[in-house]
Design a protein around this ligand. Structure first.
Ligand SMILES: [Zn+2]
Length: 66
C-alpha cells in the first residue's frame, strides 16, 4: 500500500530529472556513457539511474546494471 503512494511521486521526480531519493537534479550527477548509448548517472546520495538521450528520460537502474 505504501508503495502505491510513493511510486507516482518517484515517477514525477524522474520526469523532472530529479533524484527520487534526495531531489537533486540528475544533471549534476556523475555520468558514464554506456555501450548502448544511454548514460549511467550516479547521484551523490548513491542512487543510480539510466538516462536515455533519445527520449530524454531517466529511469532507475536495474539491479544488473549497477
Ligand atoms: Zn540523490
Amino acid at each position: 500500500m505504501f508503495k502505491n503512494i510513493i511510486a507516482p511521486v518517484q515517477a514525477w521526480l524522474l520526469s523532472r530529472g530529479q533524484c527520487v531519493g534526495c531531489g537533486m537534479p540528475l544533471s549534476k550527477g556523475k555520468r558514464e556513457t554506456r555501450k548502448d548509448g544511454t548514460e549511467k548517472v550516479i547521484c551523490k546520495c548513491g542512487r543510480i539511474f539510466i538516462f536515455n538521450p533519445k527520449t530524454k528520460k531517466y529511469r532507475r537502474a536495474l539491479f544488473e546494471e549497477v
